[in-house]
Design a protein around this ligand. Structure first.
Ligand SMILES: [Fe+2]
Ligand SMILES: [Fe+2]
Length: 329
């Protein structure tokens, strides 16, 4: 398939033979994709936040089981605001499926599927890169608008801002990770540019009108993200993605997630990313259940009874449908 058709030049940078399997991108160019800024005095830069955000407990006492236990889930819509959020996600899902040429085989007909249904490594990367370039927008818009509201109204924010910005940062790291595996062509860049231009402005206005609906929208979007990564993991484990079978995760990912030795393959990477998406799903469904103006952020809260089960930053206490307000605060 012509790379321009998908807008993506896919590369496997460290293939043992020295040549990349389906690349049209010279290795030299890829090396320069994220050039580190070096100056006369500065060696490197370091983060102000602790990373990774959601799976840090994991890295300390790594348990693959917890990441594997993550389930595809759906929170039923309960009111008109939920229906608006869910309807919008379903519309965007279909548009994105079209744009990224994503078609998963119908369960019943796996044996006789048409070529269009086969998801290759290239097709997955196209989808991941497009999705992640959009997924980093809501947290930044929400955090920015809450920041501005706090300044404008001279009121405290109850610590929502950091959680929203953390989410945006985390999504951007997903994108940067996949960009180590594939370099987008002009068509993909154009699509990302257009999607960001439209989506940023639409989300900005929507968040001003109804932040609760926007958090519900992100909750539903993250349900789709968990589904997408779950299917990719299934395909990988079923041997349908041979080029990723023994492929190392990019260095940027190993550093960001502190991936332990022996767990630094593509499959591990997808498990980490799915865990992040599952946490975004819970966080946003929970925030969508709260009073946007008054309630403190449960993910930054110190609880009176620390033994009582409550929302945490990690994925040890995951609630796919989010925490109800009465249980969270
Ligand atoms: Fe993501
Ligand atoms: Fe996400």
């Amino acid at each position: 398939m012509c790379p321009i058709a998908t807008g993506l030049n896919v590369v496997l940078p460290f293939h043992p033979s020295g040549s990349r399997v389906f690349s049209t991108t010279p290795l030299v160019q890829l090396k320069e994709f994220f050039p580190r800024t070096e100056t006369r005095k500065i060696v490197n830069t370091e983060t102000s936040w602790r990373h990774p955000v959601y799976t840090s407990l994991f890295t300390q006492r790594f348990s693959e089981k917890q990441m594997r236990d993550i389930q595809v889930a759906h929170r039923e819509a309960r009111d008109w605001s939920d229906w608006v959020a869910l309807g919008t996600v379903r519309f965007l899902r279909r548009s994105t499926d079209f744009a990224t040429k994503y078609r998963h085989p119908p369960e019943k007909n796996v044996q006789n599927r048409a070529d269009d249904f086969v998801m290759t490594e290239r097709k997955w990367l196209v989808r991941f890169i497009f999705l992640e370039s959009v997924a980093g927008v809501p947290g930044m818009v929400g955090g920015m608008l809450r920041h501005l509201r706090s300044l404008r109204r001279m009121k405290r924010d109850n610590r929502w801002i950091e959680t929203l910005l953390e989410e945006a940062f985390n999504e951007r790291m997903h994108l940067l990770t996949f960009l180590q595996l594939a370099e987008p062509g002009w068509f993909m860049r154009l699509m990302v540019l257009g999607a960001q231009g439209v989506f940023f402005n639409a989300f900005f206005i929507s968040y001003l009108l109804s932040p609760r609906t926007c958090h519900r929208f992100v909750g539903y979007l993250e349900e789709e993200a968990v589904l997408t990564y779950s299917r990719a993991i299934e395909d990988l484990e079923a041997g349908k993605l041979p080029k990723w079978q023994d492929h190392d995760a990019p260095n940027v990912a190993i550093q960001y997630w502190n991936m332990p030795e022996g767990h630094r393959k593509m499959k591990d990477l997808l498990l980490y990313i799915r865990a992040d998406e599952a946490k975004h799903r819970e966080v946003n469904h929970t925030l969508g259940n709260l009073n946007q103006k008054m309630d403190p952020n449960p993910y930054a809260a110190i609880y009176k009874d620390p033994v009582d089960v409550h929302p945490t930053k990690g994925i040890d206490n995951l609630k796919p449908h989010g925490w109800e307000r009465k249980d969270a605060i």
